[in-house]
Design a protein around this ligand. Structure first.
Ligand code: UDP
Length: 407
């Protein structure tokens, strides 16, 4: 019998993390027939679109094994609890730390799943060839042979370079001066401190948590990054040349272009509406899985699209209530009290608002001529793929976010 090799993938929850990893797994499966693939899944906090995508995977014909991990075990209390805000506040003051703690709490389940589902149920001729883990899962390095573990980085090479440089920057940093600049080797130009991602300034555990992840990046056998060298030549070169990094593999762009499984319920109506619009006439406004605005800003955007006189397609989601950490929710067609009075009536022949959009389908539609985006890495790749220019509105995660600044 021919020897088989088992590859285990551990995506972090969130559309921006899981899709590219699953696409990478599919490629490994198609190109190297000897691999069996297992994907370990955790249940997300809230997002329904993620759940739909995961459900669709389970019934798809990928031939993968999907293991749903049971709910996590409670984490031991931190050594100095008084330095940590309680969990319900941490989730708001430092989403990154909260997200990391949540995934770390799955550590034992991950070990059990590998032992019980992968190793013991595979034929004797199967060997564990590798673990591919999202970068938020660096604590799993403790449970697997480091020589088998590859880090998967769903963002770009420039940001990966920023992360890899954090431990060095940390030892050199004396003052967090907003007017200073940082020389990250992966960026062609020095970066003003004022435009760095918010987590670098988070004093509630966010910065320390990402720094600790970054410290562990270099323990991996290799780093797989969803980019390509023609797009980020300077960044990819700096990573390949770096002595701080394990081997880096630029394998992108990894995209689910059909995207049917994560289209959302408005798909047909949106495509029908776009079919009726002239070529390149519609700007598409969409802000990722976490982007949302409160009523005052929604009113400003509505006034802007109305005054512009242009057609538009606008994906709107309602923000969670103040002080609650949840993902934004679709309005289900009910925009009363959220959009300005009469806006939908006045715009009915010119624009369309919707909830979760079939983004890849929309961007690839001939009627769409521009994209107003929060600049999540997947959104950037998807837009570049079909040549739609982006109006950038950076908001969160690896992007600048003024909201969370402490200075
Ligand atoms: N997406 C979508 N419909 C939406 C919003 C997002 O299909 O209404 C998809 C988008 O195509 C992309 C992913 O969700 O693949 C978002 O990933 P990205 O890295 O752009 O941003 P994130 O949500 O991780 O901040």
């Amino acid at each position: 019998m021919k020897n088989k090799s088992e590859l285990v993938f551990m995506p972090a929850q969130g559309m921006g993390h899981i899709v590219s990893m699953v696409e990478f797994a599919k490629r490994q499966h198609d190109q190297h027939q000897r691999f069996s693939i297992t994907i370990l899944l955790v249940k997300p906090f809230h997002p329904p679109s993620y759940n739909l995508y995961v459900e669709s995977l389970a019934v798809s014909d990928t031939g993968f094994r999907y293991v749903h991990l049971p709910p996590p075990l409670p984490l031991p209390p931190p050594p100095q609890p008084q330095l940590q805000p309680p969990p319900e506040q941490l989730v708001l003051t430092s989403p990154e730390k909260n997200f990391s703690d949540f995934l770390e709490s799955y550590k034992h389940h991950v070990r059990d799943a590998i032992v019980n589902h992968v190793l013991s149920s595979s034929p004797a001729t199967t060997r564990l060839a590798g673990l591919v883990v999202d970068f938020f899962y660096t604590p799993t390095i403790d449970i697997a042979d480091a020589a088998l573990t590859f880090l998967f980085f769903p963002s770009g090479a420039a940001f990966l370079g920023l992360m890899l440089h954090l431990p060095i920057r940390h030892t050199e940093l004396t003052v967090s001066d907003p007017n200073s600049v940082t020389h990250f080797p992966s960026y062609a130009n020095p970066v003003p401190t004022s435009v760095l991602p918010a987590f670098l300034f988070n004093k509630h555990g966010g910065y320390t948590c990402l720094l600790n992840h970054a410290r562990r990046f270099r323990e991996k056998k290799g780093i797989i990054v969803n980019t390509f060298k023609e797009l980020e030549s300077c960044a990819v070169k700096s990573l390949v040349d770096s002595t701080e990094s394990p081997p880096v593999y630029a394998v992108g762009p990894l995209q689910d272009l059909a995207g049917d499984a994560r289209s959302g319920s408005d798909r047909e109506e949106i495509v029908k509406w776009l079919d009726e619009q002239p070529p390149s006439s519609v700007p598409f406004l969409c802000f990722g899985s976490l982007g949302s605005f409160g009523p005052p800003q929604v009113a400003e955007i509505a006034a802007a699209v109305e005054k512009s006189g242009h057609r538009f397609l606008w994906s709107i989601r309602r923000p969670p209530p103040q002080g609650v950490f949840e993902t934004p929710t679709d309005c289900g067609g009910d925009y009363d009290g959220f959009l300005p009075e009469g806006f939908l009536k006045r715009m009915e022949n010119r624009g369309m608002v919707c909830g979760w959009a079939p983004q890849t389908t929309v961007l690839g539609h001939a009627a769409v001529g521009g994209f107003v985006s929060h600049c999540g890495w997947n959104s950037i790749l998807e837009s570049l793929w079909v040549g739609v220019p982006i109006v950038t509105w950076a908001m969160y995660a690896e992007q600048l976010s003024r909201k969370e600044r402490t200075w």
